[in-house]
Write a protein that binds this ligand. Structure first.
Ligand code: HEC
Length: 115
């Protein structure tokens, strides 16, 4: 009897944790957000190896030194406010376009580009 009760508990826990995973991934798909909004400049792999990326001098986020040069706060701030060079817009601000959760999800995603 004892073993049965334990395995039932285990199954219940498993069911709950997979439900949680499902709910999380449905809430925010960071990769989808990146592909839809950031990829055209920053490249799918975050290397910045795109035509626009080269033109604008986008940094290579697969480079550990580049990763070390920016803080999580800076990633969030830049994503919200964009990048302006004088009056010239180099990167659009996403504060209005993406939710707070989507913007926060860009931090672990960008960190995952590091080689
Ligand atoms: C129109 C092209 C363009 C798009 C689209 C774009 N960016 Fe950028 N981004 C740039 C440029 C240009 C810079 C400044 C150069 C650099 O720091 O690499 C930059 C800089 C950044 C930085 C700052 C890095 C640092 O050094 O602090 C982050 C973080 C960033 N972008 C994230 C994003 C995210 C997330 C998205 C999508 C939600 C996005 N970008 C979309 C062009 C773009």
């Amino acid at each position: 009897m004892k073993t049965i009760r334990i395995s039932l508990l285990g199954l219940t826990a498993l069911a709950f944790s997979s439900l949680n995973l499902l709910a999380d991934s449905e809430a925010i798909d960071a990769t989808a957000v990146w592909k839809a909004n950031c990829k055209k400049c920053h490249a799918e792999d975050g290397s910045g190896a795109t035509k626009i990326g080269q033109k604008l001098g986008i940094k290579d986020y697969t480079d550990a030194n580049v990763q070390a040069s920016m803080t999580d706060e800076e990633i969030v701030k830049t994503t919200k406010e964009g990048v302006f060079d004088g009056g010239k817009k180099k990167m659009p601000p996403y504060a209005e376009k993406l939710s707070e959760e989507e913007i926060q999800a860009m931090v672990p995603l960008i960190r995952s580009f590091a080689k």
